[in-house]
Design a protein around this ligand. Sequence first.
Ligand SMILES: NC(=O)C1=CN([C@@H]2O[C@H](COP(=O)(O)OP(=O)(O)OC[C@H]3O[C@@H](n4cnc5c(N)ncnc54)[C@H](O)[C@@H]3O)[C@@H](O)[C@H]2O)C=CC1
Ligand SMILES: O=C(CO)COP(=O)(O)O
Length: 328
Amino acid sequence: MRLETVSVIGGGAWGTALAQAAAMAGRTVSLMARDAAQVDEINTSRTNVRYLGAQQLHPAITAAIAASPADIVILAVPAQSSRVALGALDPALLAGKPVVLSAKGLETGTLERQSEILLDMAPDSIPFVLSGPSFAADVAAGRPTAVTLAGDDANETSALAAALAGPSFRPYAADDRIGVEIAGALKNVYALACGAVEGAGLGASARSALIARAYAEMARMVSAMGGSATTLTGLAGLGDLTLTCTSAQSRNYQFGMALGRGQSVEAIMAGGAKLAEGVATTPVADALARSLAVEAPLIQAVHAVLSGSADIATVVAGLMSRPLKRED
Ligand SMILES: NC(=O)C1=CN([C@@H]2O[C@H](COP(=O)(O)OP(=O)(O)OC[C@H]3O[C@@H](n4cnc5c(N)ncnc54)[C@H](O)[C@@H]3O)[C@@H](O)[C@H]2O)C=CC1
Ligand SMILES: O=C(CO)COP(=O)(O)O
């Protein structure tokens, strides 16, 4: 497998950061962005100010309106846009190619994971999933980060991890695509909850209890969906759950904080909130939990708050009055 050139689809925070990581790893990178002014800015000023502030971008990155053919494709658009973005690409760009899926979300309507969407749209591509504790600003600035890269073939996954590894970006190869995808999607749901705990002033103890019970719930979901709960001990599980559930830098956590302060979803959206993937993923996760008969009180609680069917005080009281049980 030749792994020299990289084509990143999506010129937002994460696409630009992953382009930067790939360039720092020694790859030649093309970055597809929809906005001509943004393309011009990246190629001339070497910045993408809207998403990454004054961060200077590596000279090996070239931006363009159209996606370029490359050895590796990285898809970095919001989870709800992946299908449309893939459908707009020349199928030859994806055929037989490793496609790294980096969005953290489940699709509304189909309830699909990102790699299921890819295989619907480009059945002859080779899916990989990248997830873990990694804020775009950290990755782009070259601050140390480690992530999980999961694929079906161990040798191909290790080769791809090596091609994307740089001095500050360390991918660990793994084989549980399902577990990694579910962990990445669900941690955003729990980050909404943890942000709400902070916004509502419920205390640090409540937040840590929530993280621990979220981990247990996530393990039930992953197992029911055919992944391995062991995956959650790694970067895509524990690593990302703790990052996103404890940091006000997380957009999902920020959205949750606003909910906790009593703002409605509509008001938060109208206020120009940044992308918070958990908002779209929560009803999907709730539907999946119900269809698989997985006990998921935290997902249900977040869904109730987002849908306006209960306020935070009511869902907290409900969670605290559930029948006592053993921890296992
Ligand atoms: N920002 C971060 O720190 C991280 C983000 N992610 C994940 O990456 C995904 C993308 O997030 P961000 O880049 O942060 O969002 P963003 O809001 O910064 O950027 C999204 C970009 O996607 C583009 N886009 C949307 N639909 C498109 C389409 N159909 N075709 C081409 N481009 C399209 C938008 O124009 C925008 O440039 C999300 O699932 C997020 O959870 C994962 C790890 C870290
Ligand atoms: O996934 C992320 C960090 O690993 C980014 O989280 P937010 O999308 O909540 O900012």
